[in-house]
Write a protein that binds this ligand. Structure first.
Ligand code: FNR
Length: 185
């Protein structure tokens, strides 16, 4: 049976390029992967005191959603050369309570996007630093830094650039193989 993948989109804006790329990846996933976006926008900021008291329902739902998937895919823009706070918050929420992280051992991959030329390299690698600690074995190659991402869509927002189609298709195949060989459960 196919493996399930949670997709985490680092931008909260409705027309986000990162969300468009995530949607394309979901629609073009190989048969061995079933991918769905797990929303991160409604998570209260992580506060350990809340885990010791009334745990926000949004945290519990999010932790359950991540626990339920086999693998994780991050599609994110770069904010100030790092990961957007909303995505870092989602990592933090899922990592606690101590000893109960829902990330541990799930195969993962990172896609960064930017209208700029550097393709979100800073966010991509700051995210990888957290994923090392969270024990998410993360796909190394191909690295995906989508620069000038704003030029890749048509007027209705569809990804039309054929070189990008080919590259992302190869990425998805690598991620499917990575997921199959690194599953821990
Ligand atoms: C940005 N942007 C940006 N771009 C980049 O390449 N490197 C950066 O460090 C930053 N920093 C940054 C900070 C903040 C607070 C914002 C709002 C934006 C620009 C960013 O890449 C652009 O807005 C993208 O369109 C955001 O991605 P989505 O929302 O389209 O997925």
């Amino acid at each position: 049976s196919p493996h399930s993948v949670g997709i985490f989109v680092g931008s909260l804006r409705k027309e986000a390029y990162s969300r468009r790329i995530a949607t394309w990846l979901k629609s073009n996933a190989p048969a061995s992967l079933v991918m769905n976006i797990v929303e991160i926008g409604a998570l209260p900021l992580y506060d350990p005191d809340l885990d010791d008291g009334v745990v926000p329902v949004a945290w519990t739902r999010f932790r359950e959603a991540v626990a339920a998937v086999d693998a994780v895919l991050f599609v994110t823009p770069e904010y100030n050369r790092s990961v957007p706070a909303a995505l870092k918050n989602a990592l933090d929420v899922g990592s606690r309570p101590y000893g109960a992280s829902v990330w541990a051992g799930k195969p993962g991959a990172v896609v960064s996007v930017s209208p700029g030329g550097i393709g979100g390299f800073g966010a991509n690698h700051h995210l990888r630093q957290s994923l090392v600690f969270l024990d998410v074995p993360t796909l190394q190659q191909p690295e995906v830094y989508l620069g000038h991402v704003d030029r890749l869509f048509d007027l209705s927002g569809d990804l039309t650039d054929e070189n990008t189609h080919a590259f992302l298709t190869a990425f998805l195949a690598a991620f499917a193989a990575w997921t199959a060989t690194n599953l821990r459960r």
